[in-house]
Ligand binder design. Structure first.
Ligand SMILES: NC(=O)c1ccc[n+]([C@@H]2O[C@H](COP(=O)([O-])OP(=O)(O)OC[C@H]3O[C@@H](n4cnc5c(N)ncnc54)[C@H](O)[C@@H]3O)[C@@H](O)[C@H]2O)c1
Length: 233
């Protein structure tokens, strides 16, 4: 028996990258994990977090939950703002911002039932900027404000809401940008004081740690996990 038997988590974006590794580590620790992802990867409940009806239907299948990890997100295109299409702006906001709000909104009764924890995935892009990705940076800044706002509202219900702000993490999202010639791994690594990208294992481990009792007095915090990126060079 693990101490986490009986604990239930919902992980959005659990079919790839940070979400997938979070699912693996939670299951290894004995949690029951429900994966919500728009990809049809094995084991995922098909949910488009940008579509409230889809989120609401999936939430209706659940009872109390102890943890929501909002790991689904998209990087969007890399274009200067003046040539970025409004449709592309809307697409990134719909997933990264609306999706994070929709899942929290629909799962609120289930989180309240078990005094659960929400861990949102923001980004250092939301504290600084992301070249050619104004929509991404703004969506992540908004996720930080969403985190603080709902942490304040839901503290009375015993629900904690925190966010992490990672630097670059070696995931399929980043791999796609490298392959598209938008990002170069050595240049990305050099932007971090630690001169490397994070692994998904490191980020998932931090997400899970924040959901545990040692952090029970933490709410509304944005935890930077960036190998020293935001320290500057
Ligand atoms: N990789 C990085 O360097 C990095 C850095 C900071 C923050 N983040 C954030 O971490 C999160 C995870 O990123 P990743 O690198 O693991 O990406 P990833 O592309 O490997 O995985 C993202 C997952 O989200 C799912 N998803 C996308 N849109 C969805 C939707 N509308 N509904 C349901 N599922 C959807 C995808 O199918 C995929 O399984 C994202 O929010 C990303 O912005 C990533």
């Amino acid at each position: 028996m693990s101490t986490h038997d009986g604990k239930v988590a919902v992980v959005t974006g659990g079919a790839s990258g940070i979400g997938q590794e979070t699912v693996r580590q939670l299951r290894q620790a004995g949690w029951t994990v429900v994966v919500w992802d728009r990809s049809d990867a094995e084991g995922a409940v098909p949910v488009d977090i940008a579509d409230y009806a889809s989120v609401e239907a999936a939430a209706g299948q659940l009872d109390g939950i102890d943890l929501l990890v909002n790991a689904a997100g998209i990087a969007g295109d890399r274009q200067p703002s003046a040539s970025k299409s409004p449709a592309e702006w809307d697409r990134v906001m719909a997933v990264n911002l609306n999706g994070s709000f929709y899942t929290m909104h629909a799962l609120y009764p289930h989180l309240k039932a078990r005094k659960g924890v929400v861990v949102n995935i923001a980004s250092i892009a939301g504290m600084m900027m992301a070249k050619g990705r104004v929509h991404y940076a703004v969506s992540k800044a908004a996720v930080m404000t969403l985190t603080r706002s709902l942490a304040n509202e839901w503290a009375a219900d015993g629900i904690r809401v925190v966010a992490i702000a990672p630097g670059y993490v070696k995931t399929p999202m980043i791999q796609r940008s490298i392959e598209a010639g938008e990002l170069d791994e050595a240049t990305m690594a050099a932007a971090h004081a630690m001169n490397r990208l994070a692994t998904t294992e490191e980020i998932a481990g931090a997400i899970i740690a924040l959901a545990q009792p040692p952090f029970q007095f933490m709410t509304g915090a944005i935890v930077t996990i960036d190998g020293g990126y935001t320290l500057g060079k």
